[in-house]
Design a protein around this ligand. Structure first.
Ligand code: NAI
Length: 397
């Protein structure tokens, strides 16, 4: 892999604000690419005032400014490594705009990737001909919020480890070591992008809990104190639903493993994920529901809401649904379909959640025939209609 001295950060949101000072303080030249001129203007103004300061409890602040801010994809593409720090719905248009200008040695990837990024990358880039290397970061390492655009960002928490897959898979170890140093994050290599896509836990937790908490929602308006807790609102019934969703993904992964002798051991159950990720902060591990409710890291986090006249109502446009269904659960539903693994729980959650976000992805019978299915990042939308092709494209063979 080419030495990484110049990084283009795509996106001007919370995550980009964190990455810029980190990269700069690690000696890397940074270009910021956003297609939005208003955002670019704010970054330029911030840079001329001294740059972005990253603050977090317990660590000294660090400051850094992008060397270049551009809305031009051709200029953005001229880098050693390109880092998409974007909501999943923006991955496609960003890859498409950069693709004509990328040279073969460039490394490009997304953090977080959600599911199926590798399929989209294979469509737009040249990753199967000894061309570009891609990477898929499993989750965003930071919980972060912009305090002042172009000037200050707060990191509220950082994950102890973040899985990262690559195509070609063998590049993951080197990329993890490089990006860990560049971003002060502990990236750990994963076996492949199929494992990263099926192992995306957000697809289970977010739509699953939203469905469990809101399936009987009747339009009531909550005062601020009445907004239900999200993770700590997980009942035994919701926990069972989460386990069932997770089991359907594991079943599809097991069928792929058996047929293709793949390593999908990183696709783990929701229970194992929660216990592994938060072992120190869970008080009561007697059940999955109790573990959610007594996990200190989740304390006080509420259902996403929007303000209305007299209070708050659920935010059905939350990324817990608008990202985690079309870029998450639908991917797994579609992969399960390719291997002939049944998905009754996924179908139930996808149908309800789709109606909340004004979409129809599934047909009456649960098939991938709803009018909006073309918008989902599923293998079938990339011309992949059998498991052999899925494995080939995902693993870059
Ligand atoms: P954000 O909402 O702050 O950033 C959005 C940025 O994406 C915009 O500033 C814009 O530059 C870009 N963008 C939006 N639409 C676009 C389009 N159509 N084309 C090109 N660019 C477009 O998001 P944030 O917070 O930086 O998060 C990035 C990802 O990480 C999201 O998927 C989010 O769900 C996830 N995440 C964020 C966390 C956080 O604490 N901020 C925590 C965990 C996950």
């Amino acid at each position: 892999m080419k030495p990484v001295k110049r990084v283009t950060v795509c996106g001007g949101g919370n995550a980009a604000h964190v990455a810029i000072p980190l990269l700069k303080n690690n000696g890397i030249a940074v270009k910021l690419y956003t297609p939005f001129s208003g955002e670019a203007k704010a970054f330029k103004k911030g840079a001329s005032a001294g740059g972005i300061t990253l603050v977090s409890d317990g660590s000294p602040p660090i400051t850094g400014a992008p060397d270049t801010v551009t809305t031009d994809p051709q200029e953005a593409a001229n880098a050693d490594l390109i880092l998409l720090l974007l909501p999943a719905f923006a991955h496609g248009s960003t890859l498409e705009s950069l693709a004509p200008y990328l040279d073969k040695e460039v490394t490009i990837g997304a953090i977080p990737t959600r599911s199926g990024f590798e399929l989209q990358a294979a469509r737009h880039l040249d990753i199967h001909a000894g061309g570009q290397t891609i990477f898929c970061g499993q989750t965003l390492p930071w919980a972060c919020r912009i305090i002042e655009q172009g000037r200050q960002v707060k990191v509220l928490g950082i994950k102890a480890r973040v899985g990262m897959a690559a195509v070609p898979a063998a590049a993951a170890a080197e990329l993890c070591s490089l990006l860990s140093r560049a971003l002060n994050v502990n990236f750990v290599p994963m076996a492949g992008s199929l494992a990263a896509s099926l192992g995306n836990v957000g697809q289970v937790i977010h739509p699953g809990i939203m469905f469990g908490l809101l399936k009987n929602y009747d339009g009531e308006v909550w005062s601020e104190t009445e907004i239900p807790l999200f993770y700590q609102g997980v009942t035994e019934e919701i926990a069972t639903l989460l386990e069932n969703l997770s089991a359907e993904i594991l079943q599809a992964a097991a069928m792929l493993t058996k047929r293709f002798n793949l390593d999908l051991s990183e696709v783990i159950s929701i229970k194992q994920w929660l216990f592994d990720s938060y072992s120190a902060s869970i008080e009561d591990k007697s059940s999955l529901a109790r573990a959610f409710c007594t996990n200190h890291s989740y304390r006080g986090l509420k259902i996403p809401v929007v303000a209305v006249d007299k209070g708050f109502v659920p935010d059905f446009n939350s990324r817990y649904l608008t990202e985690d269904i079309p870029y998450g659960l639908l991917y797994s539903r579609a992969v399960a379909g390719l291997v002939g693994s049944p998905t009754p729980q996924m179908n139930k959650v996808i149908k309800a959640a789709s109606s909340w976000i004004g979409k129809s992805y599934l047909g009456q019978d649960g098939s991938l025939t709803g009018p909006d299915i073309k918008e989902a990042r599923i293998p079938q939308n990339y011309g992949i209609n059998d498991p052999d092709r899925l494995v080939k494209v995902s693993e870059g063979i």
